[in-house]
Design a protein around this ligand. Structure first.
Ligand code: 9D3
Length: 262
């Protein structure tokens, strides 16, 4: 996948390209990324990339001309990839959006600075606006790195055996269970016995249960939008019945209640 990032701070990406899975994806030829300096596409002596907003108001706006030239250059480089504007007004990044973007042959990320980019750039040249969540960043660079990180690890062949997506496919849509490594005893806490048992089926069952209960307690919204399998349904029903029993018992023993109800 050809990736171009348009930014006034290209060196922010140096460390991003140089570490971990992203670095290996580049070394193995899965992605060809480049951070392109918007400033290089200015034509004035001072390489100005921003200007005051028409109609007044605070902040500055990214000038359209350098950006349009930068986008044209990036299009050439990426063979006409999808142009994505990093913007607080964009669609919120999700695993599903990452999967969709991972299917593109090329991507151009525009990183805004200042209050935003000239609206005519958005209208004419942007295919998709992308946010990474409801909080205010100082610019689109870190957001673009977040999006690229999520996308790159989805490209076929990028993840090695140990990290591979098949590793967590069974718990797809659930939060991860807790993890343990050596030593067996750390600061007075021991590793759950089942993980030392060597019983792979029991371990898988335990992990699945832990994933399910973690998700139920911390992110019940994930369960509502997920197709539960037979085992999960049985477990949730069992926990629900336990809770019902506890609550009934409580109600029956309330001192201010004669009937045991409410
Ligand atoms: C505080 C300024 N805001 C209201 C006047 C507008 C604003 C402009 C530019 C707020 C943030 C930014 C810079 N942010 C991004 O470019 C950005 C972003 C973000 O702030 N949050 C989540 N996702 C993204 S993607 C790009």
């Amino acid at each position: 996948m050809q990736i171009a990032v348009l930014t006034i701070f290209p060196s922010m990406f140096d460390l991003f390209w140089e570490h971990g899975i992203v670095r290996r994806a580049i070394a193995d030829g899965h992605i060809r990324p480049e951070a392109m300096d918007i400033r290089a596409f200015t034509d004035d002596r001072h390489h100005v990339t921003d200007d005051r907003p028409y109609g007044g108001g605070c902040g500055m706006v990214m000038k359209p001309e350098p950006l349009a030239r930068a986008i044209a250059a990036a299009r050439k480089r990426t063979g006409g990839g999808l142009t994505v504007l990093m913007s607080p007004q964009g669609d919120k990044l999700s695993q599903r959006t990452a999967e969709e973007l991972a299917r593109q042959s090329g991507l151009i990320f525009i990183c805004g600075r200042y209050e935003g980019v000239d609206a005519r750039i958005v209208r004419r040249h942007v295919d998709y606006a992308l946010s990474i969540g409801d909080y205010i960043l100082s610019g689109g660079e870190i957001a673009a790195m977040v999006a690229m990180d999520a996308i790159i690890r989805l490209l076929p062949g990028v993840l090695g055996g140990a990290e591979s997506a098949s590793c967590d496919s069974f718990s797809d849509g659930l939060l991860e269970h807790a993890h343990y490594t050596r030593p067996r005893e750390f600061e007075g806490q021991s590793v759950p016995e089942v993980l030392l048992s060597g019983d792979h089926q029991a371990i898988a069952r335990w992990r699945h249960q832990m994933s399910l209960i973690e998700t139920l307690l911390r992110r019940p919204d994930l369960l509502e939008h997920r197709q539960l399998d037979k085992q999960e349904t049985a477990l949730l029903r069992q926990w629900s019945q336990t809770l019902e029993r506890i609550l009934k018992h409580q109600a029956a023993h309330r001192p201010d209640s004669l009937s045991g109800r409410q």
